[in-house]
Design a binder for this molecule. Structure first.
Ligand SMILES: NC(=O)c1ccc[n+]([C@@H]2O[C@H](COP(=O)([O-])OP(=O)(O)OC[C@H]3O[C@@H](n4cnc5c(N)ncnc54)[C@H](O)[C@@H]3O)[C@@H](O)[C@H]2O)c1
Length: 394
């Protein structure tokens, strides 16, 4: 357990779905936060929350945000509600932890950033995989200057993304569905973090190859950066090859995984049936399983990340960073996490308690979303897209 610091941040959660389930081990294991209240439209989730946490459960986000016991609100509702819920929480003076993607338009991203500034509250956007300890270590190695400038980044991930149970809007790109909004938000964040943040242009192609799930399931994108670095991003969510094989069969959450255990392509008669299936497996649902309570074997990851610097190639691994120099590799090892994703709480805690501006703030997340929107536009129009809202790291 991480119990550094004397203050406990009292957190209210809006949206007790899959994202909350993934953050639950973090909230339960890190004493710097205590989840004291939640809001969800599903009654089963509210009942389970009261049983598990003994906290207050509200049917609406408005009631939760008005609760004076809460310091910060974790917005974990579907993307289309992020702006509405973030603005509401900021109006009530609550600090914000908002799930990726920040919002579905640049105007909504800007509105969230402005609302947090006006309310003088801190805003952290995550979890995103640029929080992962191996990615943070890789960035520190780059910053040390020992390996020279970052020149080229390759980020590759093959998953079963498209065939996990979905809500209807998750399969509709117009409503924020598909691999670009949902998965590029991670991959772009990671490569911006390593390359210094300020991307300059994007050229991309997307693939939507399954008519029964008519949204992007794959993309390839080439990003250029102000410092001359470039990054190639490849994602395939069609569930054939699983690139966790290249991570020694460690899954995205750092868990050990048996080889070749993808999600079977379950078919549903209607989209409503699929939503019901998803909700039944979500927090409070009849098929909900909290999963293995023991800490994961390794760190979260988002597929292969290989960074070429002047004097070395650096590869993020679930258990550290491989450093390759002149054909010889060695592991800069990281012990497994005591609490997964505690890096998110590090940033949130430093912001709220010590008033240190977080790296993953609204402007950072808006810049990531600008790249995400540019991937879609570049693919649609067949053009390079120039970027103008980028944020460089100090
Ligand atoms: N960082 C990650 O690893 C990660 C993983 C999964 C999801 N996410 C993000 O989390 C967000 C939610 O996705 P999800 O997969 O958890 O969705 P989900 O459908 O599993 O859960 C959403 C929850 O919000 C509730 N909800 C919906 N509308 C609401 C409202 N108006 N007021 C209160 N509650 C409401 C639903 O009942 C449900 O419990 C998305 O933005 C997604 O991108 C992030």
């Amino acid at each position: 357990m991480n119990d550094s610091g004397n203050r406990t941040i009292k957190l209210g959660v809006i949206g007790l779905g899959r994202a909350f389930g993934l953050m639950l081990p973090t909230f339960a294991g890190d004493r710097r936060v205590s989840v004291v209240a939640a809001a969800d439209t599903r009654e089963a989730a509210r009942q389970r929350f009261v049983a598990d946490f003994g906290g207050k459960a509200y049917a609406t986000a408005e009631e939760l945000c008005a609760d004076p016991a809460i310091d910060a609100v974790y917005v974990a509702t579907p993307h289309q509600f992020h702006a509405q819920h973030a603005l509401l929480a900021a109006r009530h003076g609550k600090h914000l932890l908002i799930e990726k993607p920040l919002a579905l338009t640049l105007a909504d991203c800007a509105a969230i950033v402005a609302a947090a500034r006006a309310a003088k509250v801190h805003l952290v956007v995550g979890h995103s995989h640029s929080f992962d300890a191996p990615v943070q270590r890789l960035r520190a190695l780059v910053q040390s200057g020992a390996y020279g400038a970052v020149r080229m980044i390759n980020a590759i991930n093959y998953t079963d993304y498209l065939y996990r149970p979905r809500r209807p809007e998750e399969l509709d790109s117009a409503q924020g569905g598909g691999a670009v909004y949902n998965q590029a938000a991670h991959q772009v964040d990671v490569v911006r973090f390593i390359a210094g943040g300020a991307a300059t242009s994007v050229r991309a192609i997307t693939g939507a190859w399954d008519r029964t799930r008519p949204t992007e399931g794959a993309y390839a994108a080439l990003l250029t950066f102000a410092n001359g670095a470039f990054a190639s991003l490849t994602y395939n969510g069609y569930g054939h090859f699983d690139s966790d094989e290249w991570q020694g069969w460690i899954g995205e959450m750092g868990q050990k995984k048996a080889p070749g255990t993808g999600v079977p392509r379950k078919s549903f008669a209607t989209l409503q049936d699929e939503t019901a299936f998803k909700n039944a497996r979500n927090y409070g649902g009849e098929n909900y399983s909290r999963g293995n309570p023991t800490p994961p074997a390794a760190h979260n990851h988002f597929g292969t990340l290989l960074v070429s610097c002047d004097r070395a190639d650096l590869r993020a691994m679930p258990n550290g960073v491989m450093i390759y120099e002149d054909g010889v590799g060695r592991l800069d090892a990281l012990p497994p996490p005591a609490v997964p994703r505690s890096e998110v709480i590090d940033e949130l805690y430093r912001a709220i308690v010590d008033d240190v501006a977080p790296l993953h703030d609204g402007a950072w997340a808006m810049a990531t979303m600008e790249v995400v929107f540019a991937i879609l536009r570049s693919a649609r129009e067949g053009c390079d897209v120039t970027l103008s809202y980028q944020v460089a790291l100090a």
